[in-house]
Design a protein around this ligand. Sequence first.
Ligand SMILES: Cc1cc2nc3c(=O)[nH]c(=O)nc-3n(C[C@H](O)[C@H](O)[C@H](O)COP(=O)(O)O)c2cc1C
Length: 267
Amino acid sequence: MSETQSKGLIARFLAAPPDSVGKTIFVAVAVCLVASMIVSSAAVALRPVQEVNKLKDKQMNILQVAGLFEPGQNVAEAFKAFEPQVLELTTGRFTDQFDAATFDDKAAANDADLSRALDDDPAGIGRQALYRTVYLLRDEAGGIDKVILPIHGYGLWSTLYGFIAVEENGNDIFGLQFYQHGETPGLGAEVDNPRWKAMWNGKKLRDDAGDLQITVAKSQPAAGADFYVDALAGATLTSVGVDNLVRFWMGEQGYAPFLEALKAGEI
Ligand SMILES: Cc1cc2nc3c(=O)[nH]c(=O)nc-3n(C[C@H](O)[C@H](O)[C@H](O)COP(=O)(O)O)c2cc1C
């Protein structure tokens, strides 16, 4: 196109009435471009803030599950009470192969060298990381008071991510809490109901014979009330998911080797 031709096009465009098809499309495209530029710049600019908030939320959840959360507290400061350690799941021992302060659990779970595909996968997670960051809470004498273990698994609509806090004997549950899920408000999302969460406090994982007995069900199992958390009313499928994921993570493929070592005082 020659210079005179393109000048002619611009002149014709400018001379066209404001409601002409050309001008309407031009304005619509320009508005879309400007709006998408604003949205993407905001997303990029706010990413560091989102990361900080995500970390704060995770720390708050760990404080909550350990019973140390107080509204208005400085979360980062209070979180210093915990000692993060990277645990090798199969051996149940901590490893210094990674720096616990920077170990990326999510990346490890997707890294072929640091994870394994699950054949037996009751929690519906597909792959399992070989290493997990766990958080220790020590007593004044320096012994272990509680361990906070990350857990996750499929409910009805979503993967639920959370923590379980276990006492120093490796068997008594102090608390359970999910910090991310997509279950239905009023049904599966009742996993966040403080009354339901409170039911976990004091429950036991294994019986005297060492068999894993903790169960989320509609009625009490033969093992007894110590091992029983009532299923959520109207949300049996989410409850089954929670039962599966808790039993998976507390079992041999999960933290059982670590919990046994903790019980034996070897940690
Ligand atoms: C829109 C909708 C959302 C639902 N969300 C959940 C849910 O988040 N978790 C769940 O277990 N069941 C949910 N249900 C119910 C299940 O389909 C199923 O009926 C229920 O888990 C059976 O539990 P019940 O035997 O305690 O009634 C939902 C149902 C509908 C129609």
